[in-house]
Design a binder for this molecule. Sequence first.
Ligand SMILES: N[C@@H](CCC(=O)N[C@@H](CS)C(=O)NCC(=O)O)C(=O)O
Length: 212
Amino acid sequence: MRLIGMLDSPFVRRVAIALDLYHLAFERLDWSVGRDFTSIRRFSPLGRVPALVLDDGEVLVESGAILDHLDEQVGPAASLLPARGAGRRRALQLIALAVGAAEKGREQIYEGAFRPPEKRHDPWLERCRAQMLGALAELDRACAARGEAQWLVGERMTHADIAAAVITTFLIDSPAVALDAAAFPDLRAHCVRCESLAAFRATHVPWFAPEA
Ligand SMILES: N[C@@H](CCC(=O)N[C@@H](CS)C(=O)NCC(=O)O)C(=O)O
Protein backbone atom coordinates (compact mmCIF):
# COMPACT_ATOMS: atom_id res chain seq x y z
CA MET A 1 0.00 0.00 0.00
CA ARG A 2 1.11 3.55 -0.66
CA LEU A 3 -0.23 6.47 1.35
CA ILE A 4 -0.03 9.76 -0.52
CA GLY A 5 0.35 12.97 1.45
CA MET A 6 2.46 14.84 3.98
CA LEU A 7 2.16 14.29 7.69
CA ASP A 8 1.44 17.92 8.51
CA SER A 9 -2.04 17.16 7.13
CA PRO A 10 -4.23 15.87 9.99
CA PHE A 11 -6.25 13.89 7.44
CA VAL A 12 -3.13 12.05 6.24
CA ARG A 13 -1.84 11.73 9.76
CA ARG A 14 -4.93 10.02 11.15
CA VAL A 15 -4.65 7.41 8.43
CA ALA A 16 -0.90 6.93 9.05
CA ILE A 17 -1.52 6.46 12.78
CA ALA A 18 -4.24 3.87 12.14
CA LEU A 19 -1.98 1.99 9.68
CA ASP A 20 0.71 1.91 12.35
CA LEU A 21 -1.66 0.78 15.12
CA TYR A 22 -3.05 -1.90 12.81
CA HIS A 23 0.52 -3.07 11.97
CA LEU A 24 -0.21 -2.73 8.26
CA ALA A 25 2.87 -2.19 6.11
CA PHE A 26 2.80 0.84 3.81
CA GLU A 27 5.04 3.22 1.96
CA ARG A 28 4.32 6.94 2.24
CA LEU A 29 4.73 9.32 -0.67
CA ASP A 30 5.57 12.68 0.92
CA TRP A 31 3.81 14.74 -1.74
CA SER A 32 2.77 18.35 -1.17
CA VAL A 33 -0.69 19.52 -2.29
CA GLY A 34 1.00 22.62 -3.74
CA ARG A 35 4.27 21.45 -5.29
CA ASP A 36 3.14 17.93 -6.25
CA PHE A 37 -0.41 18.75 -7.36
CA THR A 38 0.05 17.15 -10.79
CA SER A 39 1.48 13.94 -9.34
CA ILE A 40 -1.34 13.71 -6.78
CA ARG A 41 -3.96 14.20 -9.50
CA ARG A 42 -2.61 11.17 -11.36
CA PHE A 43 -4.03 9.13 -8.47
CA SER A 44 -6.80 11.35 -7.12
CA PRO A 45 -8.70 13.54 -9.58
CA LEU A 46 -9.64 15.86 -6.71
CA GLY A 47 -5.97 16.58 -6.12
CA ARG A 48 -6.45 16.06 -2.41
CA VAL A 49 -4.69 13.98 0.20
CA PRO A 50 -4.80 11.46 1.72
CA ALA A 51 -5.10 8.95 -1.09
CA LEU A 52 -4.34 5.30 -0.44
CA VAL A 53 -3.11 3.22 -3.37
CA LEU A 54 -3.89 -0.45 -2.73
CA ASP A 55 -1.57 -3.22 -3.92
CA ASP A 56 -3.86 -3.99 -6.88
CA GLY A 57 -3.78 -0.32 -7.97
CA GLU A 58 -7.20 0.69 -6.64
CA VAL A 59 -7.10 4.20 -5.16
CA LEU A 60 -9.12 5.22 -2.11
CA VAL A 61 -9.66 8.88 -1.24
CA GLU A 62 -11.09 10.74 1.82
CA SER A 63 -9.68 9.81 5.21
CA GLY A 64 -12.97 8.39 6.52
CA ALA A 65 -13.44 6.13 3.49
CA ILE A 66 -9.82 4.96 3.71
CA LEU A 67 -10.19 4.15 7.40
CA ASP A 68 -13.43 2.30 6.71
CA HIS A 69 -11.48 0.01 4.38
CA LEU A 70 -8.66 -0.49 6.89
CA ASP A 71 -11.16 -1.24 9.68
CA GLU A 72 -12.69 -3.90 7.47
CA GLN A 73 -9.25 -5.39 6.77
CA VAL A 74 -8.40 -5.81 10.45
CA GLY A 75 -11.89 -6.95 11.49
CA PRO A 76 -14.22 -5.85 14.31
CA ALA A 77 -12.06 -7.12 17.19
CA ALA A 78 -9.13 -4.86 16.25
CA SER A 79 -11.07 -2.03 14.59
CA LEU A 80 -10.67 1.46 16.05
CA LEU A 81 -14.39 2.09 15.48
CA PRO A 82 -17.18 0.35 17.43
CA ALA A 83 -19.07 -1.99 15.13
CA ARG A 84 -22.56 -0.72 15.90
CA GLY A 85 -24.91 1.09 18.25
CA ALA A 86 -24.52 4.17 20.43
CA GLY A 87 -20.74 3.85 20.61
CA ARG A 88 -20.39 3.88 16.85
CA ARG A 89 -22.77 6.83 16.48
CA ARG A 90 -20.92 8.79 19.17
CA ALA A 91 -17.51 8.07 17.66
CA LEU A 92 -18.67 9.07 14.17
CA GLN A 93 -20.19 12.26 15.58
CA LEU A 94 -16.93 13.25 17.30
CA ILE A 95 -14.93 12.38 14.18
CA ALA A 96 -17.25 14.57 12.07
CA LEU A 97 -16.70 17.48 14.46
CA ALA A 98 -12.93 17.01 14.45
CA VAL A 99 -12.65 16.61 10.66
CA GLY A 100 -15.02 19.57 10.18
CA ALA A 101 -12.90 21.76 12.49
CA ALA A 102 -9.78 20.77 10.54
CA GLU A 103 -11.49 21.60 7.24
CA LYS A 104 -12.46 25.03 8.57
CA GLY A 105 -8.85 25.51 9.71
CA ARG A 106 -7.68 24.41 6.26
CA GLU A 107 -9.85 27.12 4.66
CA GLN A 108 -8.17 29.77 6.81
CA ILE A 109 -4.72 28.47 5.81
CA TYR A 110 -5.55 28.34 2.10
CA GLU A 111 -6.93 31.88 2.14
CA GLY A 112 -3.38 33.07 2.87
CA ALA A 113 -1.57 30.44 0.79
CA PHE A 114 -3.59 30.53 -2.43
CA ARG A 115 -5.37 33.92 -2.55
CA PRO A 116 -3.54 37.22 -3.17
CA PRO A 117 -3.54 39.38 0.01
CA GLU A 118 -5.55 42.18 -1.66
CA LYS A 119 -8.38 39.69 -2.33
CA ARG A 120 -8.53 38.34 1.23
CA HIS A 121 -12.16 38.08 2.30
CA ASP A 122 -12.44 38.65 6.05
CA PRO A 123 -16.13 37.72 6.49
CA TRP A 124 -15.37 34.27 5.08
CA LEU A 125 -12.36 33.87 7.37
CA GLU A 126 -14.43 34.94 10.39
CA ARG A 127 -17.17 32.48 9.48
CA CYS A 128 -14.65 29.63 9.16
CA ARG A 129 -13.07 30.53 12.47
CA ALA A 130 -16.45 30.65 14.26
CA GLN A 131 -17.39 27.24 12.82
CA MET A 132 -14.02 25.77 13.79
CA LEU A 133 -14.24 27.16 17.35
CA GLY A 134 -17.81 25.84 17.71
CA ALA A 135 -16.72 22.32 16.81
CA LEU A 136 -13.68 22.52 19.11
CA ALA A 137 -15.87 23.66 22.01
CA GLU A 138 -18.04 20.58 21.52
CA LEU A 139 -14.97 18.32 21.45
CA ASP A 140 -13.69 20.03 24.60
CA ARG A 141 -17.01 19.27 26.32
CA ALA A 142 -16.76 15.65 25.19
CA CYS A 143 -13.25 15.40 26.66
CA ALA A 144 -14.47 16.93 29.94
CA ALA A 145 -17.58 14.73 30.09
CA ARG A 146 -15.68 11.44 29.99
CA GLY A 147 -14.45 12.08 33.56
CA GLU A 148 -11.92 9.46 34.62
CA ALA A 149 -12.37 7.36 31.48
CA GLN A 150 -9.23 7.15 29.34
CA TRP A 151 -10.85 7.34 25.92
CA LEU A 152 -13.67 9.38 24.39
CA VAL A 153 -15.87 6.38 23.54
CA GLY A 154 -15.86 3.09 25.43
CA GLU A 155 -12.85 1.33 26.90
CA ARG A 156 -10.48 1.53 23.94
CA MET A 157 -8.88 4.13 21.74
CA THR A 158 -11.02 4.90 18.69
CA HIS A 159 -10.61 6.97 15.54
CA ALA A 160 -12.40 9.72 17.51
CA ASP A 161 -9.47 9.97 19.96
CA ILE A 162 -6.98 10.07 17.09
CA ALA A 163 -8.94 12.66 15.11
CA ALA A 164 -9.48 14.95 18.11
CA ALA A 165 -5.77 14.86 18.97
CA VAL A 166 -4.27 15.32 15.51
CA ILE A 167 -6.60 18.13 14.49
CA THR A 168 -5.81 19.99 17.71
CA THR A 169 -2.08 19.71 17.00
CA PHE A 170 -2.64 20.82 13.39
CA LEU A 171 -4.62 23.90 14.43
CA ILE A 172 -2.04 24.84 17.07
CA ASP A 173 0.92 24.33 14.71
CA SER A 174 -0.46 26.20 11.71
CA PRO A 175 0.60 29.88 11.92
CA ALA A 176 -2.51 30.97 9.95
CA VAL A 177 -4.78 29.50 12.63
CA ALA A 178 -2.48 29.59 15.69
CA LEU A 179 -5.15 28.08 17.90
CA ASP A 180 -4.99 29.17 21.53
CA ALA A 181 -5.49 25.71 23.00
CA ALA A 182 -5.76 27.15 26.52
CA ALA A 183 -9.36 28.00 25.57
CA PHE A 184 -10.03 24.24 25.30
CA PRO A 185 -8.25 22.78 28.35
CA ASP A 186 -9.78 19.30 28.28
CA LEU A 187 -9.22 18.90 24.56
CA ARG A 188 -5.67 20.12 25.00
CA ALA A 189 -5.04 17.59 27.79
CA HIS A 190 -6.42 14.84 25.54
CA CYS A 191 -4.14 15.99 22.74
CA VAL A 192 -1.03 16.09 24.95
CA ARG A 193 -1.73 12.58 26.24
CA CYS A 194 -2.27 11.11 22.77
CA GLU A 195 0.74 12.92 21.30
CA SER A 196 2.96 11.23 23.91
CA LEU A 197 2.11 7.78 22.49
CA ALA A 198 4.56 6.13 20.10
CA ALA A 199 2.29 6.03 17.02
CA PHE A 200 1.59 9.74 17.40
CA ARG A 201 5.21 10.69 18.07
CA ALA A 202 6.29 8.78 14.96
CA THR A 203 4.01 10.90 12.74
CA HIS A 204 4.38 14.38 14.21
CA VAL A 205 6.36 16.62 11.85
CA PRO A 206 7.09 20.34 11.90
CA TRP A 207 4.59 22.58 10.10
CA PHE A 208 5.21 22.82 6.35
CA ALA A 209 3.48 25.82 4.75
CA PRO A 210 1.55 24.96 1.57
CA GLU A 211 2.60 26.93 -1.48
CA ALA A 212 0.45 27.78 -4.50
N1 LIG B 1 -12.27 15.57 4.22
C1 LIG B 1 -11.02 15.25 3.58
C2 LIG B 1 -10.10 16.47 3.66
C3 LIG B 1 -8.81 16.25 2.92
C4 LIG B 1 -8.06 17.57 2.72
O1 LIG B 1 -8.64 18.65 2.74
N2 LIG B 1 -6.75 17.47 2.49
C5 LIG B 1 -5.97 18.64 2.20
C6 LIG B 1 -4.59 18.53 2.82
S1 LIG B 1 -4.62 18.93 4.53
C7 LIG B 1 -5.81 18.77 0.71
O2 LIG B 1 -5.63 17.78 0.03
N3 LIG B 1 -5.86 19.99 0.17
C8 LIG B 1 -5.65 20.29 -1.21
C9 LIG B 1 -6.87 20.88 -1.85
O3 LIG B 1 -7.99 20.71 -1.31
O4 LIG B 1 -6.71 21.50 -2.89
C10 LIG B 1 -10.41 14.01 4.23
O5 LIG B 1 -10.80 13.73 5.38
O6 LIG B 1 -9.61 13.31 3.60
